[in-house]
Design a protein around this ligand. Structure first.
Ligand code: NCD
Length: 307
């Protein structure tokens, strides 16, 4: 179903494809935990191009490739590639496409993923394109919700933080809408979810509420998805200083929230979740990061037809 396909954004998925990704990830999780030697992608080469900082996405893709028995080639610093000499993204991708069976790329420009995919014959995976989308993160968020909550639909999900610049919330919004979840968007006025996304989600039948009242949202939410204010997207550092720290999740706030609330965060966190929340049992953000390994194994194996 996904063989030969690009992974560009979350609006592209059908429920059947999402089922397949989740079930494949679960199979790999079991195999890894059982200590199995997995060699589905033996003989294959995966190109990892990370033109923006990354810890989890880059390393979990590399770990996923290793655990599948594939080899990895990497560019993590654009200054070390010929893009520093003025080569276009299209030409860079056309070249690397001749070396690898699948290309994974993170890039600072929204829309870069589409350009890359258009120039790659082999499957291309978007690992984050500027303020655009981050579909593999949303898929691991989905996998985490299934593990933490048992079901994917019928929840009230609050998104808080930088909804304007945060690509993870742009991506997860589509998946939450598809499964019939209610969404509450909490942000400072200047960092609201882009109107085009809210309108698109509503046209797909999503129920959305926008507010700046975090406490009230928490009292009715089953899941809260916390995000970092995206400092690197601000032209004016004074604006960033004004907005950071406006919404901080601490233990006192969680103790007043709806019972059993699950706390997610794509990480890295700066100060938007206090460390006193970490031992709350519904604090799932590190489990979420670990799940990235299995979901990325599933994606690599599925797009290359090596499941
Ligand atoms: C996110 C990203 O890069 O968009 N990080 C990640 O991949 N887990 C979130 C962020 O940087 O705030």
């Amino acid at each position: 179903m996904l063989e030969g396909k690009d992974i560009l954004n979350t609006a592209q998925f059908s429920l059947q494809e999402l089922d397949l990704i989740i079930n494949t990830a679960a199979t790999f999780e079991k195999q890894v935990k059982d200590g199995a030697i997995i060699r589905n992608m033996k003989g294959q080469v995966i190109a990892l191009l990370f033109f923006e900082p990354s810890t989890r996405t880059c390393l979990s893709f590399e770990a996923a490739a290793n655990r599948l028995g594939a080899r990895v080639i990497t560019v993590v610093n654009p200054d070390s590639s010929s893009m520093a000499k003025g080569e276009s993204l299209a030409d860079t991708i056309r070249t690397i496409d001749g070396y690898a069976d699948v290309i994974v790329m993170r890039h600072p420009m929204k829309g870069a993923a589409q350009i890359a995919a258009d120039n790659a014959k082999y499957p291309f995976i978007n690992a984050g394109d500027g303020t655009g989308q981050h579909p593999t993160q949303a898929l691991l968020d989905l996998y985490t919700i299934r593990k933490e909550k048992g079901v994917l639909g019928g929840h009230t999900v609050t998104f808080v933080g930088d909804l304007k610049n945060g690509r993870t919330v742009h991506s997860l919004g589509y998946l939450m809408a598809l499964y019939g979840n209610k969404m509450i968007f909490v942000s400072p006025k200047d960092l609201r979810m882009p109107e085009e996304i809210t309108a698109d989600l509503r046209s797909r039948g999503a129920e959305i509420e926008e507010t700046d009242d975090l406490k009230k949202a928490l009292s009715v939410s089953d899941i809260i998805y916390v995000t970092r204010i995206q400092k690197e997207r601000f032209e004016n550092p004074v604006e960033y200083e004004k907005l950071k720290g406006l919404y901080i999740i601490n233990r006192a706030l969680i103790d007043q929230a709806k019972k059993g609330i699950t706390i997610l965060h794509p990480l890295p966190r700066v100060d938007e979740i206090s460390t006193d929340v970490d031992d709350y049992e519904g604090a799932a953000y590190f489990r979420q990061a670990h799940n990235g390994l299995y979901v990325r194994m599933a994606l690599l194996a599925l797009v290359t037809g090596r499941v």
